[in-house]
Design a protein around this ligand. Structure first.
Ligand code: NAD
Ligand code: DAU
Length: 335
């Protein structure tokens, strides 16, 4: 597509959003407008550190058609990340997940349809359900949808809307389904930052169930570079899986963090399991690599985790504000 001069990033104040916006500032000349309603998961302070002539934050809701229509008109592209993103929260209250993830995506699709603007939808590997621990397969773009949680079902619903708007209305859209991200600015409710900050506060990491579940970890910078590659060179109507060959059990990740932080590897606690806990996610990302020439920069998960530990050591002021609230909620559930 022609040079990106104006890009709207929804959810651009969230974990992946702030990293993607920084990536766009560093690797394109685009002016970025962020549309974000600033939920508990947002970090507008991360955007405030970026050049004001390149990044504008508009506080608003993706399900509000008037705001969305106004902002979408005149953009070269929309990168849609806004979502409720945490599985444990969806088990407590699915309502906001339906509204933001499904209705919000519908409102955006209608806006890009009217304004004929290129759209990229950021989705998750969880739409494919889970794999058995001993299954030799990985997810591909042809794996059938089989979501198993309220969060992944809502994301699957949004993917189906995007596909339907491409086929029925000719909307110029692509979809990416990525595996578990880690890196700077991730909320302490999520696995990696929760365990790092537990260790920094002198407590033991808290692992659900038996800890044998497998996630396929990717550094958020590598997800960001994949999103830009797809936005610039992806084929309209196509889906691209994003992953960096980072499969590890949850226990492996916790033991690595404990070792990196100078604590005994077995110094963790097993706590109540997540309801319906997906066993394993695994991504085959050959299409993205072969077609668009994308490669992850962080090929060594331990190195990426070590850098992330240092980042959380250096950003106590930011995460401490969220930590007490999050841990109170987890304690009430025995987690
Ligand atoms: P996040 O929860 O950290 O951030 C979500 C952002 O969306 C927040 O800034 C929040 O304020 C904003 N938001 C929520 N509801 C909104 C609304 N109604 N209107 C406008 N803004 C709203 O999430 P994240 O981890 O950065 O994930 C971003 C996207 O990437 C999501 O669509 C998620 O499904 C997808 N994804 C995440 C991962 C991961 O590992 N984190 C992996 C694959 C895909
Ligand atoms: O696969 C992509 C998905 O990855 C994204 O779509 C989601 O937005 C993102 O939140 C993430 O989903 P998960 O549910 O896999 O991530 P979470 O960090 O919540 O948990 C990762 C694994 O760690 C999972 O097996 C549950 C487990 N866990 C989690 C927490 C918070 C624990 O064992 N202990 C914990 O304290």
């Amino acid at each position: 597509m022609p040079d990106l001069e104006r890009v709207l990033v929804t959810g651009g104040a969230g974990f992946i959003g702030v990293n993607v916006v920084r990536h766009l500032v560093e690797h394109t000349t685009a002016r970025v407008t962020v549309l974000d309603t600033l939920t508990y998961a947002a970090s507008p302070e991360a955007l405030a550190a970026l050049p004001a002539d390149r990044v504008e934050l508009v506080v608003g809701d993706v399900a509000d058609a008037a705001t969305v229509d106004r902002l979408v008109a005149g953009q070269d592209a929309v990168l849609h990340l806004a979502a409720e993103s945490h599985n444990d929260n969806a088990l407590d209250d699915p309502g906001p997940f339906i509204r933001t993830n499904i209705v919000g995506t519908y409102v955006l699709l209608e806006a890009v349809r009217k304004a004929d603007v290129r759209f990229h939808h950021v989705s998750t590997d969880e739409v494919y359900g889970d794999l058995a621990l001993d299954d030799p397969k990985r997810f591909t773009e042809d794996t059938p949808y089989r979501p198993s949680s309220p969060y992944s079902a809502a994301k699957a619903g949004s993917d189906h809307l995007v596909r339907a708007w491409v086929r029925s209305f000719g909307v110029r859209a692509t979809i990416s389904n990525c595996s578990n991200n880690y890196g700077p600015w991730q909320h302490v409710e999520k696995f990696v930052p929760r365990q790092i900050t537990e260790i920094l506060e002198g407590r033991r990491p808290r692992v659900y169930g038996d800890g044998r579940q497998v996630r396929d970890w990717i550094h958020v910078d590598d997800h960001s570079s994949a999103l830009l590659a797809i936005l610039e060179r992806g084929r309209i109507g196509e889906t691209y899986l994003v992953g960096a060959d980072g499969e590890r059990t949850n226990l492996d990740v916790v033991r690595t963090l404990l070792r990196l932080m100078g604590r005994p590897e077995e110094d963790y606690e097993l706590v109540a399991d997540r309801a319906g806990h997906d066993q394993r996610y695994a991504i085959e990302s050959g299409k993205l690599r072969l077609e668009l020439g994308w490669q992850p920069r962080f090929s060594d998960l331990e190195q990426g985790l070590a850098e992330t530990v240092e980042w959380y050591r250096d950003h106590r002021d930011w995460w401490e504000a969220h930590k007490a609230v999050t841990e109170t909620a987890y304690a009430a559930k025995g987690q």
